[in-house]
Design a protein around this ligand. Structure first.
Ligand code: 1PR
Length: 583
C-alpha cells in the first residue's frame, strides 16, 4: 500500500510489534478463539521435501505486512527477515511486500544499503515476488512525492491515476485482470478478481511489453503484474485476494511458476461491486466482547434485563463471512468513543486472530482519537491507528473525530494537519482511512429551510415534506452536530479520507433497504469510493443501491448475523441482475 512519510511513524510511535500491550484482557470465550483454521487442502502447500521451507521477507519496517506474513505461514512456509544485504543475496526466494510511499521506501532501502543487493538479486533472475510498491520499485522512477528513482530494471514511470475525468482515486477494490498467455504464477487468476488498493501505477508500453504479464483496466489500462523468468511482481495484493491470491503465492512459493495450467473459468471483466460484512462489537454486561446489532443504533434487547444483544463471537463470525465470500470484513468498536480502544477491550487480539485466517481486507473503527488514560499517559490517534494496523487492520475507520475535524475545517477554512484523519492519512495513505458517517434524516419542506445541502426525497416525510437533509452525529448517534452529511463528506475528502462508510441511523437494522436518497446525494458529491450501509434486508436491496447510486460497495450486518440471507445469495442475485461481483 502506498502512503506518504510512513517511516516517520517509528520515531513518533512508542508501540512496537515486539511489545505486546500488557493491559489487553484476552479470554478465549470472549473472542471466539476456538476459531478453526480455514486452511483448505488445495491451497495449503507442504514445504519442499528438501527442507527448503524458508521464505526471505524484505520488511523494512514501514507499516503492516502482517497479512503477507500470515499468508506465507498459512501456506506452510517459515519466514526469514532481511537484516543485511547478504540476507538478500543468500535468499532462495524473496518476497518484497512494499508498504508506504515510493520515496520513503527508496530512502530506507538506500539508507540500509539494500538497494544494490536487491538490484543484483533481480538482475540475476533469482526467485522474486514484489507486491504493490514491490512492483513499482522495479521501474525507472515514480512521481509520488516528486520524481524518485527506482531500481530501473523495467522501462517506465510510475504515475498517479488521472482523476480529472471523475475517476475515483484511490483505486480500491476487486478488479479483473487481462492475463497474457504463459503468465506463470497468474494462470489461476484469469477471469477472477483480485484486490487492489493504490493511487499510483505504471502503464504498458512498447518498451516494457516483454515484462508485462497482466494489465487491468481502470480509467486506462495499467500494469497489474510483471514477470520474466523467476522475477515476478504484482500491483494488487495476493495476501488480500482470498483463495485466488493464496493460489498465486502458493505457485510462487512452490516454484510452480513455469508450469502452464489450463486457465480456470470465471467471468471477471472489470471493477466489482463489493459486499461487506460488518461486525458491530462491544463488551456486554459481563465484560465479554460480542458482536451486537442495533435497531437505529439501540443494541439492547427489549426485555426486562435490557442486556446487550449478543449475536456471536467476533473472530468466529469474521472467519465465517470470509468463507461465505465477503469481499471485506469491518469491525466497529461501537463504544470506542467512550472506552479507550487500546485499553480494556481486546479488539487488537480479535484483529490478530482474524487476520491469521481471513485473507480479504479488514477494517476496524471506533475510538480513533487522541486520548489520555487514567495514568495520565497521552496517546495520539496515530498511535491507536498504528496499533490497529500492526494487529492486522488494512484500513481504519474514523467516526466522531472526523466530524469534529470537518467542523473545524469548515469553520476556519484551514487544514491544520493535526486532526486524526489528516495525520493517519498522511502516514498510511488515504486508501487506509475510511470515514464513517452516522447521519439522521431530517425532513424539511424546502431546501431554503436549512443551510445544509438537502435532497428531494422519493417518499415524502410525515408532514408531506418533500426534502430532507442529513444531520451528522457523534458518539454512536447520541449527539447531533451542526453539519450535514453532504458537507461532512466533502470536507473529509479534502482532509484526506480515502473512502466513506455511509450509515443511516433511520435505516439501521430496519431491513427495509438502503437510504437511496442519501447514498445518491453523497456518492455523487465525492470522488472517493462510498460504501452504502444500513437497512439491507434482502438481496434486492443490494441491486437497488448499485443500480440507483454510485456506491462502490454495500455493507450489511443484521441479515448476515441472523442468517436470514447468506452472502452467496446476495452475490448470486447481483450476478443475475448483471452487476459484476467477485465470485
Ligand atoms: O465515533 O470513531 O468512535 O466510531 C464509532 C463507530 O461505531 C462508528 O463507525 C459508528 O458508526 C459505529 N457505531 C456507534 N454506535 C453504534 C450503534 O449501533 N449503537 N454502529 C454504531 C453503527 C452501523 C453499521 C451497521 C449498519 C448495517 N452501526 O455499522 O452495521 O447500519 O446494519 P444493518 O445491515 O443491520 O442495517 P467513533
Amino acid at each position: 500500500m502506498e502512503a506518504s512519510s510512513v517511516f516517520s511513524l517509528h520515531s513518533s510511535v512508542s508501540f512496537s510489534s515486539a511489545q505486546p500491550l500488557l493491559f489487553l484482557r484476552c479470554r478465549d470465550g470472549n473472542l471466539g478463539l476456538k476459531f478453526k483454521p480455514l486452511r483448505s487442502r488445495s491451497l495449503s502447500v507442504r514445504a519442499a521435501s528438501n527442507g527448503d521451507s524458508v521464505v526471505t521477507l524484505l520488511d523494512y519496517g514501514a507499516g503492516n505486512v502482517r497479512s503477507v506474513r500470515n499468508a506465507i505461514r498459512y501456506l506452510g512456509f517459515d519466514i526469514k527477515d532481511v537484516q543485511t544485504p547478504e540476507d538478500i543475496l543468500n535468499a532462495n526466494r524473496l518476497i518484497f511486500p512494499g508498504v508506504g510511499a515510493f520515496a520513503s521506501m527508496m530512502d530506507v532501502l538506500n539508507g540500509k544499503g539494500l538497494t544494490g543487493a536487491l538490484q543484483a538479486y533481480v538482475k540475476e533472475d533469482r526467485p522474486f515476488l514484489g507486491i504493490c510498491l514491490g512492483l513499482q520499485l522495479l521501474f525507472e522512477h515514480s512521481t509520488e512525492n516528486g520524481q524518485v528513482n527506482g531500481l530501473g530494471v523495467i522501462p517506465g514511470v510510475v504515475d498517479r491515476f488521472d482523476s480529472s475525468n471523475g475517476l475515483q482515486v484511490p483505486h480500491i477494490g476487486w478488479n479483473a485482470l487481462k492475463v497474457r498467455e504463459g503468465s506463470g504464477i497468474l494462470d489461476d487468476v484469469r477471469n477472477h478478481h483480485v484486490y487492489f488498493v493504490h493511487s499510483y501505477r505504471a502503464v504498458p508500453s512498447e518498451d516494457n511489453k516483454e515484462w508485462v504479464s497482466s494489465t487491468c483496466s481502470y480509467g486506462d489500462d495499467f500494469i497489474a503484474s510483471v514477470g520474466r523468468g523467476n522475477v515476478h511482481a504484482v500491483q494488487f495484493h495476493p495476501e488480500k485476494s482470498g483463495d485466488v491470491g493464496l493460489s498465486i503465492l502458493r505457485r510462487f512459493l512452490s516454484s510452480e511458476s513455469s508450469v502452464s495450467k489450463k486457465p480456470e473459468e470465471g467471468k471477471a471483466s472489470k471493477l466489482a461491486k463489493r459486499v461487506i460484512a460488518c461486525l458491530d462489537v462491544r463488551a456486554n454486561d459481563n465484560g465479554d466482547l460480542v458482536v451486537t446489532k442495533g435497531d437505529q443504533y439501540d443494541v439492547r434487547e427489549n426485555t426486562e434485563e435490557n442486556e446487550v444483544r449478543n449475536l456471536g463471537k467476533p473472530v468466529d463470525l469474521a472467519g465465517q463471512y470470509y468463507k461465505d465470500g465477503a469481499d471485506e470484513v469491518s469491525f466497529l468498536n461501537i463504544t470506542g468513543f467512550r472506552d479507550f480502544p487500546l485499553g480494556d477491550l481486546p479488539m487488537l487480539q480479535v484483529l490478530r486472530y482474524t487476520s491469521e485466517n481471513v485473507f480479504v481486507p479488514l477494517t476496524v473503527g471506533g475510538g480513533i482519537r487522541d486520548f489520555t488514560d487514567a495514568n495520565g499517559r497521552y496517546y495520539t490517534s496515530l498511535e491507536v491507528a498504528a496499533e490497529y494496523f500492526r494487529s492486522g487492520a488494512d484500513k481504519i475507520s474514523i467516526g466522531s473525530d472526523a466530524v469534529y475535524a470537518a467542523e473545524e475545517y469548515l469553520r476556519t477554512g484551514v487544514k491544520t494537519g493535526k486532526s486524526s484523519l489528516e495525520q493517519i492519512s498522511r502516514v498510511y495513505g488515504n486508501q487506509a482511512v475510511v470515514v464513517s458517517i452516522d447521519p439522521r434524516r431530517v425532513y424539511i419542506h424546502s431546501p431554503k429551510d436549512v443551510k445544509y445541502r438537502s435532497t428531494k426525497v422519493a417518499k415524502p416525510g410525515p408532514k408531506g415534506e418533500e426534502y430532507a437533509w442529513y444531520e451528522c452525529t457523534v458518539k454512536g448517534g447520541r449527539e447531533g452536530r451542526p453539519i450535514g452529511a453532504y458537507e461532512l463528506a466533502k470536507a473529509v475528502e479534502d482532509l484526506g479520507a480515502g473512502e466513506i462508510l455511509l450509515n443511516c441511523i433511520d435505516c439501521d437494522g430496519q431491513g427495509k433497504g438502503f437510504d437511496i436518497d442519501l447514498i445518491e446525494l453523497i456518492s455523487d458529491a465525492v470522488s472517493i469510493p462510498v460504501i452504502a450501509s444500513s437497512g439491507a434486508g434482502a438481496p434486492e436491496h443490494f441491486s437497488e443501491v448499485f443500480r440507483k447510486t454510485n456506491a462502490s460497495a454495500a455493507l450489511a450486518a443484521g441479515i448476515f448475523h441472523r442468517k436470514e440471507v447468506p452472502i452467496q445469495s446476495v452475490k448470486e442475485h447481483l450476478l443475475n441482475e448483471g452487476i459484476e461481483v467477485r465470485v
